[in-house]
Design a protein around this ligand. Sequence first.
Ligand code: OAD
Length: 249
Amino acid sequence: MEELIEKAAEELARATNVAALTGAGISVESGIPPFRGPGGLWEKIDPMEYAHIDAFLKDPVKVWNVLLKDMKALLDTARPNPAHLGLAHLEAMGILKTVITQNVDGLHQLAGNTDVIEFHGTFAVHRCMDCNRRRETCDIDLDRIPPRCECGGIWRPECVFFGEMIPSRALWRSQQAAESCDVMLVIGTSATVQPAATMPAIAKQAGARIIEFNEEETPLTGWVSNYRIPGKAGNVLDRVVKRVEALRG
Ligand code: OAD
């Protein structure tokens, strides 16, 4: 483990155009449960029944009551953890350029990263299904479910539901970042949801080194990623970034 931390720090200290692909695991230490694995949301509820756009269109009251209300409560109070702060620090050092995140929690921006591609959209903003008006999530009134806009339309988060397209700009920019980076950090993602999970392979194909930070092995481990550093992302990234700082003087 110590050796891997040192190796990652050395590679990052030499790099000039690093991209990070992050998933739910990076926010677990901020109190947000992941989707898969122990304690995962999809272990408790069926995503096809609650997180598919058809499910929302068919029964928005059910999806709001079971999924979205709790998500709003969680995300309203979540704060960045040392993993998010470590990535912000890497950007401040001029090493990390872009964060591609599958998360909708806004924690990378809160930590201080300035180029964050929200691959699955954001929960910070809601859109009226009828008039397309947008409103910050903190201003959505949940006294009545489903919450409704002044026009009578139902509010939905600006996240990507299953069955919806990835925002085309996010997809395009992610591909560009993957093709041009010299190192890609793949942090806290099970790498099972496409097309996000393809970004490390695109980066690898273009010549980048791929370093995985994950408590568990993933489909990328030992194939796309050059190596995986086990452990909790907050603890491990904090240690890696401190070593990078020391190496850069
Ligand atoms: P998952 O829940 O599928 O995977 C989380 C990953 O993080 C797993 O591989 C864990 O081993 C790892 N992990 C958990 N805690 C960790 C920690 N403290 N430190 C390091 N690693 C940790 O989450 P995603 O890969 O982000 O999409 O899921 C991808 C997409 O599936 C989500 O964006 C969401 C979901 O359905 C949509 O809703 C469209």
